[in-house]
Design a protein around this ligand. Structure first.
Ligand code: BTN
Length: 112
Protein backbone atom coordinates (compact mmCIF):
# COMPACT_ATOMS: atom_id res chain seq x y z
CA UNK A 1 0.00 0.00 0.00
CA UNK A 2 1.12 3.54 -0.66
CA UNK A 3 2.50 5.99 1.85
CA UNK A 4 0.47 9.08 2.77
CA UNK A 5 2.54 11.70 4.62
CA UNK A 6 4.55 9.25 6.63
CA UNK A 7 1.76 6.83 7.44
CA UNK A 8 1.94 3.59 5.51
CA UNK A 9 -0.87 1.07 5.55
CA UNK A 10 -1.28 -1.56 6.69
CA UNK A 11 0.63 -0.67 9.82
CA UNK A 12 0.35 -1.69 13.44
CA UNK A 13 1.07 0.61 16.39
CA UNK A 14 1.10 0.23 20.13
CA UNK A 15 1.00 3.03 22.69
CA UNK A 16 2.70 3.30 26.07
CA UNK A 17 -0.51 2.12 27.76
CA UNK A 18 -0.46 -1.13 25.78
CA UNK A 19 -3.35 -0.16 23.50
CA UNK A 20 -3.21 -1.26 19.87
CA UNK A 21 -3.91 0.66 16.67
CA UNK A 22 -4.14 -1.25 13.42
CA UNK A 23 -4.36 0.99 10.34
CA UNK A 24 -5.50 -0.93 7.31
CA UNK A 25 -5.86 1.98 4.94
CA UNK A 26 -4.66 5.55 4.63
CA UNK A 27 -6.02 6.41 1.19
CA UNK A 28 -6.50 9.94 -0.13
CA UNK A 29 -5.96 11.30 3.36
CA UNK A 30 -8.59 9.10 5.01
CA UNK A 31 -7.53 6.71 7.76
CA UNK A 32 -9.40 3.47 8.53
CA UNK A 33 -8.45 0.97 11.17
CA UNK A 34 -9.22 -0.57 14.50
CA UNK A 35 -8.24 0.42 18.03
CA UNK A 36 -8.14 -1.91 21.02
CA UNK A 37 -7.91 -0.29 24.44
CA UNK A 38 -5.70 -1.96 27.05
CA UNK A 39 -5.06 1.05 29.30
CA UNK A 40 -5.33 0.59 33.06
CA UNK A 41 -8.02 2.69 34.68
CA UNK A 42 -10.28 2.72 31.62
CA UNK A 43 -13.24 0.61 30.61
CA UNK A 44 -14.04 -1.12 27.30
CA UNK A 45 -10.78 -3.07 27.33
CA UNK A 46 -9.75 -5.77 24.89
CA UNK A 47 -12.45 -4.99 22.32
CA UNK A 48 -11.43 -3.86 18.80
CA UNK A 49 -13.38 -0.74 17.80
CA UNK A 50 -13.38 0.98 14.42
CA UNK A 51 -10.98 3.91 14.11
CA UNK A 52 -11.38 6.55 11.41
CA UNK A 53 -9.71 9.84 10.72
CA UNK A 54 -7.61 11.79 8.31
CA UNK A 55 -4.00 12.59 7.60
CA UNK A 56 -2.54 15.70 6.03
CA UNK A 57 0.85 17.33 5.52
CA UNK A 58 1.09 18.58 9.11
CA UNK A 59 -0.48 15.79 11.08
CA UNK A 60 -3.32 13.40 11.60
CA UNK A 61 -6.35 12.72 13.72
CA UNK A 62 -8.47 9.69 14.39
CA UNK A 63 -11.59 9.00 16.40
CA UNK A 64 -12.69 5.83 18.17
CA UNK A 65 -16.22 5.34 19.49
CA UNK A 66 -16.36 2.95 22.45
CA UNK A 67 -19.97 1.97 21.91
CA UNK A 68 -20.43 -0.07 25.11
CA UNK A 69 -18.97 2.79 27.17
CA UNK A 70 -21.00 5.65 25.69
CA UNK A 71 -17.74 7.42 25.03
CA UNK A 72 -15.37 8.36 22.26
CA UNK A 73 -11.80 9.59 22.00
CA UNK A 74 -10.19 11.87 19.45
CA UNK A 75 -6.42 11.74 19.01
CA UNK A 76 -4.49 14.49 17.21
CA UNK A 77 -0.82 13.99 16.48
CA UNK A 78 1.87 13.50 13.91
CA UNK A 79 4.12 10.73 12.78
CA UNK A 80 7.83 11.10 13.05
CA UNK A 81 9.48 7.94 11.87
CA UNK A 82 8.29 5.02 13.95
CA UNK A 83 6.81 7.27 16.66
CA UNK A 84 3.45 8.99 16.74
CA UNK A 85 2.92 11.36 19.67
CA UNK A 86 -0.75 12.29 19.96
CA UNK A 87 -2.82 14.28 22.38
CA UNK A 88 -6.32 13.01 23.05
CA UNK A 89 -9.66 14.05 24.41
CA UNK A 90 -12.05 11.44 25.82
CA UNK A 91 -15.72 12.42 25.79
CA UNK A 92 -17.91 10.45 28.18
CA UNK A 93 -20.99 10.68 30.36
CA UNK A 94 -20.28 10.78 34.10
CA UNK A 95 -22.22 8.89 36.77
CA UNK A 96 -24.63 11.80 37.16
CA UNK A 97 -25.33 11.78 33.44
CA UNK A 98 -23.28 14.86 32.70
CA UNK A 99 -21.31 14.98 29.43
CA UNK A 100 -17.66 15.27 30.44
CA UNK A 101 -14.17 15.37 28.95
CA UNK A 102 -10.77 14.05 29.91
CA UNK A 103 -7.56 14.88 28.13
CA UNK A 104 -4.15 13.33 27.93
CA UNK A 105 -1.38 12.25 25.60
CA UNK A 106 -0.19 8.98 24.13
CA UNK A 107 2.91 7.99 22.21
CA UNK A 108 2.31 5.28 19.63
CA UNK A 109 5.26 3.24 18.43
CA UNK A 110 5.13 1.38 15.16
CA UNK A 111 5.45 -2.38 15.61
CA UNK A 112 5.08 -3.32 11.94
C1 BTN B 1 -13.75 4.57 28.29
O1 BTN B 1 -13.12 4.33 29.33
O2 BTN B 1 -14.76 5.30 28.29
C2 BTN B 1 -13.36 3.91 27.00
C3 BTN B 1 -11.90 3.61 26.88
C4 BTN B 1 -11.03 4.83 26.78
C5 BTN B 1 -9.56 4.50 26.71
C6 BTN B 1 -8.67 5.74 26.69
S1 BTN B 1 -8.62 6.50 25.09
C7 BTN B 1 -7.26 7.51 25.59
C8 BTN B 1 -6.36 6.66 26.47
N1 BTN B 1 -5.35 5.96 25.68
C9 BTN B 1 -5.57 4.65 25.66
O3 BTN B 1 -4.87 3.83 25.05
N2 BTN B 1 -6.64 4.34 26.38
C10 BTN B 1 -7.21 5.51 27.03
Amino acid sequence: EVMAQGLSAPSYWKNERGSELFIWSANNGAIQGTFTNHAQGFACQGIPYPASGAIGPTGLYFVVTFAQCNSFTRWVGKTNGSQMPASWMLFYVDKNGKPSKLKGADVFTRVW
